[in-house]
Design a protein. Structure first.
Length: 484
């Protein structure tokens, strides 16, 4: 077997192929092992993968897919419409797709779907409700071998049988994943015949693995590590935007954050550039809306929030807080790892407006996520918003009719009317225009305190001036240059 290209990352785990995750470390492995019906292209739109083409009904409920012929799973099973039906129905189960205590994430979109096999290479998916953004869910819908899944039981390695360009060769939990290229993949040959993922728990640990020759790729680097490798160490370093939004979520049901004037005042009261400089040491980008600037429907021409202390003070006074206001802030000790420093920095920026924080720390991140899901966030909580789907963010976090896992009491009927229209709008440009209007409305009446996106780095051994990270911040091993 060829010497593997070694990738150092923070987590080295295999997850269930239908787990709902936004972890780049998990998704890069999924992307090697599995294919989906559709994939995102370089522009963030959708392109064929296991589906070679599709049609949508005008009411955005029925999707018919033409399937690729001649494809086999790693265990030799033929890929066909039955595998698609099995995979989508498994994905739609309420006991699948759990993440950080939120059960059945995909079930909220796929519950009640009907999947009809129209022969071995055609399948029709009919949804219970219109959803023009179904592809935002299907892009995470790894197609699996029914026989392999049924035989695997609880063995995650035995479930890792897809049609992707790499097959699993070995796995040691939290230590190593070994993959070998599959000849004749429909996407064409990959540049590296074998891959090996190893764990570097911190950016400094991943830097050390690159410097001592143990790793050919080091991902999730921060500024200091990028600089250390950029200085003639034989690596190409790439800086990229992580689309996960770092935010404070307001309790919009009761407390000071239930007043739209207060929510807007805090957004006007902070200096995001200073937060990026002081908290992230420059490794970030100010966030001015409910999704990142690389999301579908983000209004990149919007001027965003300029700090305006006078207007912030006027709004707080109008809301009855001329003498100041105290927020009880729920804060994790990790994810984001800078959460405590961020809370202190934001409080310092708002101090001259009379805004004070009483901080409640939580070391158990899973318990913290469960408390957020249960709407037990005090007045404000530190959070991240990670789906690369604008529709999912609106559905799960903003729409008061859904009251999703991460919704905290906000309601905006004008936004909800736009969501309904977007559900039924199959034309991509028209739907994007509706999301841009949502973006502007959620700037005027923000549900959260918008803060920043991180900037991260990846280093590749050798000179690769034309290579770029994918816009969703996931390391796509199919597109790597030859590194062996």
């Amino acid at each position: 077997m060829a010497k593997p290209v070694t990738i150092a990352q923070a987590r080295v785990v295999l997850d269930d192929p239908h787990a709902c995750t936004d972890s780049g470390d998990v998704l890069t492995v999924f992307g090697a092992l599995f294919d989906t019906l559709v994939k995102r292209n370089d522009q963030g739109r959708y392109a064929p993968s296991l589906a070679t083409g599709w049609t949508l009904s005008p009411d955005a409920r029925t999707f018919t897919f033409r399937l690729r012929e001649g494809v086999r799973f790693h265990n030799g099973d033929a890929f066909d419409s039955a595998a698609v039906k099995y995979s989508l129905e498994r994905m739609a189960r309420p006991d699948m797709g759990a993440t950080l205590g939120a059960p059945g994430v995909y079930a909220q979109y796929l519950a009640g779907l009907e999947v009809t096999c129209d022969g071995p290479h055609s399948v029709t998916v009919t949804l219970a409700e219109p959803m023009a953004d179904l592809f935002d869910v299907l892009v995470a819908g790894n197609i699996v071998s029914p026989r392999a899944i049924e035989a695997a039981g609880d063995d995650l390695a035995a479930r890792a049988i897809g049609t992707g360009p790499y097959r699993l060769e070995g796995f040691v939990a939290n230590e190593e994943i070994r993959l070998a290229a599959v000849p004749g993949h429909f996407d064409g040959p990959v540049a590296n015949a074998a891959l090996r993922y190893i764990r570097g728990a911190t950016p400094a640990a991943r830097l050390a693995l690159a410097q001592d020759g143990s790793a050919d790729i080091a991902n999730g680097l921060e500024t200091a590590e990028q600089q250390a490798l950029a200085g003639g160490a034989g690596f190409t370093t790439i800086d990229y935007l992580a689309p996960t939004a770092i935010i404070f979520m307001f309790n919009a049901t009761h407390g000071p954050g239930s007043d739209a004037r207060v929510r807007r005042a805090l957004n006007l009261g902070i200096d995001r550039e200073a937060l990026v400089r002081d908290v992230l040491h420059g490794a970030g980008q100010p966030l001015h809306g409910f999704v990142s600037p690389v999301h579908y429907g983000a209004d990149r021409n919007s001027p965003g929030f300029m700090q305006d202390k006078a207007e912030a003070r006027r709004l707080l006074t109008e809301a009855g807080h001329a003498d100041g206001v105290t927020f009880n802030v729920y804060c994790p000790t990790r994810l984001p790892d800078e959460a405590q420093a961020l809370v202190k920095a934001v409080e310092m920026q708002l101090a001259d407006l009379g805004v004070r924080f009483a901080v409640h720390l939580e070391a158990d991140r899973t318990h913290y996520a469960n408390q957020v899901r249960l709407k037990q966030i005090h007045d404000l909580c530190v959070f991240d918003s990670s789906p690369m789907s604008t529709f999912r963010v609106l559905h799960e976090k903003v729409d008061s009719r859904v009251r999703g896992s991460w919704w905290e009491g906000y309601a905006n009927p004008a936004v909800e009317a736009l969501i309904d229209r977007a559900r039924r709008t199959v034309d991509d440009e028209a739907r994007e225009s509706l999301f841009r209007e949502c973006y502007r409305l959620l700037q005027a009446d923000p549900p959260w305190l918008y803060l920043y996106n991180h900037r991260r780095g990846v280093a590749l051994r050798g000179s690769h001036p034309r290579w770029a990270m994918r816009r969703d911040g996931i390391l796509d091993v199919r597109c790597l240059p030859a590194l062996g």
